[in-house]
Ligand binder design. Structure first.
Ligand code: HEC
Ligand code: HEC
Ligand code: HEC
Length: 152
């Protein structure tokens, strides 16, 4: 057998390379998982599998609002409208949802300071105070936590 007068060892080499290529392509088609490269060089489904293994910690604002519609409504009126309840009341919301006897955290002024203490790393539009110069540290006496622009 002679192709284009090539020496037989070259023909064998070409056939070998061709066989390697074909088996690579067949293996690639058969062995690549379905969701590979959906998002990047990994199996897309690995993300949802990983997420579903973890139980959510937060119940979410909607779940809180079902039991406390009044608070949800009040919160929506003020400048804290975009905060989640758990930002202040802590992460025990799943347990609290199952059994209200598992109390949520009672927030202290420490929680306000965590967001509002002046810091150059915060955006300029964000209202910040220098806590030691700002009246006193009993924030709730003058600001309603659910409606911070209102006084009690
Ligand atoms: C900015 C922080 C903050 C956010 C956000 C927040 N709370 Fe509160 N909440 C507080 C503080 C502080 C108190 C306690 C006030 C006190 O001790 O006088 C409180 C008290 C409460 C109380 C006790 C009764 C009452 O009305 O005073 C309930 C119920 C409550 N919050 C539910 C919610 C729910 C539901 C959400 C979300 C819709 C929410 N809170 C969002 C800070 C917050
Ligand atoms: C998770 C972060 C966060 C926490 C915790 C938080 N705030 Fe705020 N606060 C905000 C955001 C966001 C705004 C709206 C943006 C703004 O006005 O700077 C705001 C606005 C305010 C304002 C301005 C109200 C206005 O309309 O002028 C006051 C006062 C205030 N918060 C007080 C408090 C007090 C008191 C607490 C504690 C009960 C608290 N905040 C806890 C994020 C937070
Ligand atoms: C004695 C009452 C009083 C107390 C206590 C108090 N505030 Fe205020 N706060 C005010 C008043 C009045 C204003 C409105 C303008 C001003 O004087 O800065 C204000 C304004 C603010 C603002 C908006 C600042 C801005 O740039 O507009 C934030 C945020 C704030 N307070 C957070 C807090 C936090 C957090 C605490 C607790 C550490 C607290 N306040 C304690 C009375 C008080």
């Amino acid at each position: 057998m002679r192709f284009f007068n090539l020496p037989p060892q070259i023909v064998r080499l070409i056939l070998l390379i061709f066989a390697i290529l074909v088996s690579y392509l067949v293996a690639r088609t058969l062995l690549t998982p379905d969701t590979f490269r959906d998002y990047g060089f990994f199996r897309g489904a690995a993300l949802s599998e990983h997420i579903s293994q973890h139980k959510p910690v937060f119940a979410g604002k909607a779940a809180c609002g079902e039991r406390h519609p009044d608070v949800l409504k009040t919160l929506a009126k003020g400048s804290h409208k975009n905060l989640s309840c758990e930002a202040c009341h802590g992460v025990v919301s799943q347990e609290h949802l199952k059994d209200p006897a598992n109390k949520m955290l009672k927030p202290t002024p420490q929680i306000c300071v965590r967001c509002h203490e002046a810091s150059p790393s915060r955006p300029a539009w964000f209202k910040q105070i220098i806590v030691k110069d700002h009246y006193s540290d009993t924030c709730f006496e003058c600001h309603l936590p659910h409606q911070p622009n209102e006084a009690p």
